[in-house]
Design a protein around this ligand. Structure first.
Ligand SMILES: [Mg+2]
Length: 244
């Protein structure tokens, strides 16, 4: 167990929601969902603890998982580029895709053999590339260009500066009367760092990126989804009685 800094939450009673990344956090290294992680989410539902998915994946993929999990909370998709608000049946686009598309064209002009993900046909606010070209080469080619380049281990995302999971979560949590400081947040990638830093209790995993681990209050012993289960337990959220 590593504790990178003093926890911001003195009592787990202050935590009232869970925010979780999906790929690498609820899944194994091959993106297969872990039954124990799913059972933990069901248990949180029984305890009436809201669980919010915050993923770099496209909304249709996130929505399929969300429905299967029986969730009713907002969804942060495309690294915060899209926010689904179920109570209003609305999807807010919080990032400008034209910025990402210009960066992508620049990579093509620089003759980098970059390939967009298959799921980019449903992506509305950013560009996601497969990992065939190393992120260091992409960053070098885009030096000086106003774009965020984030790696998740599964993909490389080109995102408008200022967009991200954390600002989207602030908008998602506001109607629930909460901020990220009220949340247990779990994530493994560089794209999770900002939301981990703002969390009431931040959890990452040994397999997480160096930056994600540094942003965490607690780094679990177990990797991937087994770490998710351990991380939720570390926040004390499973010890509660069902709230009224
Ligand atoms: Mg991840």
């Amino acid at each position: 167990m590593l504790r990178s800094r003093e926890p911001r939450v003195r009592s787990s009673a202050a935590l009232s929601a869970v925010v979780t990344d999906v790929d690498g956090t609820l899944t194994d290294a091959r993106r297969r969902l872990d039954p124990e992680a799913l059972a933990t989410i069901h248990r949180l539902g029984e305890l009436r603890v809201p669980v919010i998915l915050a993923t770099g994946n496209v909304l249709p993929v996130a929505l399929g998982l969300y429905r299967s999990l029986g969730l009713t909370t907002p969804i942060v998709a495309e690294n915060g580029g899209l926010l689904y608000l179920p109570t209003e049946s609305r999807v807010l686009r919080l990032a400008d895709p034209s910025v990402a598309l210009r960066a992508f064209r620049r990579l093509r002009r620089a003759k980098l053999p970059v390939r967009r993900l298959f799921t980019d046909r449903w992506r509305e606010s950013e560009v996601a590339l497969d990992t065939s070209v190393p992120i260091s080469r992409i960053r070098r080619a885009l030096r000086g260009f106003p774009i965020q380049v984030e790696g998740t281990g599964f993909a490389i995302h080109l995102i408008e500066p200022g967009a991200g999971k954390a600002p989207a979560l602030a908008r998602a949590l506001h109607p629930l009367g909460r901020t990220l400081a009220d949340c247990l947040v779990l994530g493994d990638g560089d794209n999770d760092v900002e939301m981990l830093r703002a969390a009431g209790w931040a959890v990452s995993f040994p397999n997480g990126s160096r930056a994600a681990r540094a942003a965490a209050d607690y780094v679990t012993r177990a990797n991937f989804a087994q770490g998710f289960v351990e991380g939720v337990k570390s926040g004390g959220l499973l010890d509660r009685r069902r709230s009224r």
